[in-house]
Write a protein that binds this ligand. Structure first.
Ligand code: ADP
Ligand code: MG
Length: 137
């Protein structure tokens, strides 16, 4: 559990330290749950990108950090699998990179089965329960 956005950023840094260099990570939770906030910490931990420079990828769907070591993708604005297919995700999944995806659970057939899932739930104004599930569980 975290109790502020900054705590969630810090948790993201700790998760980053535990990730393999190649992973697909679904960030799952409602709007405002803290998916982008957690992504900022993971990205900062992996490649020292300034969290303030991590934009919400809602308008640009795919953001790349650390010379291709990290991708941050937000599928919120896409409705149909055919739209997602135009992003070329399979090619990104094949890279030696950590790929963070918001709203990826809406397109399960397009996500790799060996993915890490992180669920975020708001349990109070500033309180979030964050659960990490490794692949195959
Ligand atoms: P999402 O990407 O899931 O829509 P964001 O990370 O963009 O969510 O927004 C989360 C919002 O909730 C931010 O305004 C953040 O400051 C606020 N917040 C408050 N407490 C927390 C917390 N414990 N963890 C993450 N965000 C929090
Ligand atoms: Mg977001």
């Amino acid at each position: 559990e975290t109790h502020s956005g900054e705590e969630t950023v810090e948790l993201g840094r700790r998760i980053a330290a535990a990730l393999p260099k190649r992973a697909v990570v679904l960030l799952i939770g409602n709007l405002g749950a803290g998916k982008t906030t957690l992504a900022k910490g993971i990205i900062n931990g992996l490649c020292a990108a300034d969290p303030d420079e991590v934009a919400s990828p809602t308008f640009t769907l795919v953001h790349e950090y650390g010379e291709g070591r990290v991708y941050h993708i937000d599928l919120y604005r896409l409705d149909r699998p055919e739209q997602v297919a135009t992003l070329g995700l399979d090619e990104i999944f094949d890279r030696d990179a950590v790929v963070l995806i918001e709203w990826g659970e809406r397109f399960p057939q397009l996500m790799p089965s060996d993915r890490i899932e992180i669920r975020l739930d708001a349990i109070g104004d500033d309180d979030r329960r964050i659960v990490v599930t490794p692949p195959g569980v």
